[in-house]
Design a protein around this ligand. Sequence first.
Ligand code: SF4
Length: 412
Amino acid sequence: SACQPLPVGAQPKRVTRTVDVRWGDHVVKLGGSAPVVVQSMTNTDTVDAIATAIQVKELARAGSELVRITVNTPEAAREVPAIREQLDRMGVNVPLVGDFHYNGHKLLADFPECAQALSKYRINPGNMGGGKRRDDNFAKMIEIACRYDKAVRIGVNWGSLDHELMARMMDENNQRAHPWTAQAVMRDALVFSAISNAQRAQELGLDGKRIVLSCKVSHVQDLITVYQDLSARCDYALHLGLTEAGMGSKGIVASTAALAVLLQQGIGDTIRISLTPEPGGDRAREVVVAQEILQTMGLRAFTPMVVACPGCGRTSSTVFQELANDIQGYLRDQMPVWKDLYPGVETMNVAVMGCVVNGPGESRHADIGISLPGTGEVPSAPVYVDGERVVTLKGDTIAQEFQTIVQNYVER
Ligand code: SF4
């Protein structure tokens, strides 16, 4: 008998509690049936309120739906309300998340306007001191989150795991008849730390619908295992990210490999791609990568996507590569305006192909496609719209004319 076609697509998103992250009337929903949210983090000195506000604006313009800022000193905490004010003045309503380590309890208590201006606090239970001091500091931060009705991410990290917890779990492991590897104990400790701290936050009065969890590690297989375990053991909203992913293609590939597996399994409510920027590099790159992961997996759509062939010996020039690049840049640049004017434009597909081998076929499958001439072909470029060949472009103005066709299509 004939084989049945395999099902296509990601597993349904796992049901988690929905967390509202608010600034004014603007609400970003994490978890539940909400789409996976893209977030990012600034790398400016928060004390420099202007530079930080500008970078937050750039990240938000690129599509970051939440932006995290470092709040590490009294000087930084003092500037947070000014950053918020600048953003409000510029009409940027993206909620701000404060990233706290070591002294968050003190900064939030000493700077109530900072506590108020932030929409969410990131708490790392591994960086709050030890023993009773840690418990007190944690309780203080949760009490402030309750007072101002803020969401909290309890974010544990491989590199700053609670030492006492780890030592206790290693001791328990040594009593086992068949001890686990140290790596497995550490993974278990991460998950245990996140969930037990979330439960403690609830005991302290924080609603479970104000809690997001993360367990960040820097190796792909560990991250996948940790989140599968975390997801099976709780229904808190989950923040996914591979920490210290690295530079350039390595960071992108490692993050994509880890997150794609989890997202395909329906795990993850918000993602951040932690890329080490190249010197002078664009911080918003991490937002673009996060969007591209979600869009290429068919989970969300942010901007029209360009399908382009890689090129080969059949192409006589790099014209089609430049055209593909220009068109993708043009589409991305237009999106802040287009997304309000032309709802649904983000699902559009554009093909830019290098020769007749796959060019016409791929172009017909796209909403708009162009097949540029390869080596030895007639120097003309047929354009396809909604699967039909509508015009053939020739000469030196092919790129401009094609861009006009794309623009007219969007407007129509
Ligand atoms: Fe090469 Fe043509 Fe295929 Fe592009 S479409 S990779 S130019 S054969």
